[in-house]
Write a protein that binds this ligand. Structure first.
Ligand code: CA2
Length: 152
């Protein structure tokens, strides 16, 4: 079966608050803006994007499992779960789709506890510290992977 021209965008806990708090760290764009930025980057390359955001780990995991049916890859900002969740990492590993991990802030330059990501080694694309524009970068780089133009 040919690879579907669809990506899943996953945003984790608290990212629904984008644009309402901590603009110095996360900027002023909202979650709706982020989803539009990612969808536009995908559409420019002939891909659809399905977006999910949840504050509940199980909802995120169900969405990741569902992607196996009809998506070619997953773009994910796991939020704080990045630094805590073996469960989320196992779900990403289990579906065996190419994954792009994106962070709005530069997690490497923040508190020590943000330096480790449970997702990093199951992702083939990593984008950090580009603000919300990083979602477009992540989509573009992931599409290059899923269309076989590059391996990361
Ligand atoms: O930089 C990122 O994208 C993060 O994934 C954001 C997470 C944080 O725990 C990671 O270390 C880095 C936090 C998401 C919370 O988002 C908010 C947005 C606006 C206001 C408050 C929280």
């Amino acid at each position: 079966m040919p690879s579907p021209r669809r990506l899943l965008l996953v945003n984790g806990p608290n990212l629904n608050l984008l644009g309402t708090r901590e603009p110095d760290v996360y900027g002023t764009a909202t979650l709706a803006d982020v989803e539009r930025i990612a969808a536009d980057a995908a559409a420019a390359r002939g891909f659809e994007l399905r977006a999910v955001q949840s504050n509940h780990e199980g909802v995120l995991i169900d969405a990741i499992h569902s992607a196996r049916e009809d998506c070619a890859g997953i773009v994910i900002n796991p939020g704080g779960l990045t630094h805590t969740s073996v469960v989320l990492r196992d779900a990403l590993s289990a579906v065996a789709l190419p994954v792009a991990e994106v962070h709005i802030s530069d997690v490497r330059a923040r508190e020590e506890f943000r330096h480790h990501s449970y997702v990093a080694d199951v992702a083939v694309v990593h984008v950090v510290g580009e603000g919300v524009a990083g979602y477009a970068t992540a989509v573009e780089r992931l599409i290059r992977v899923v269309t076989g133009l590059t391996d990361n």
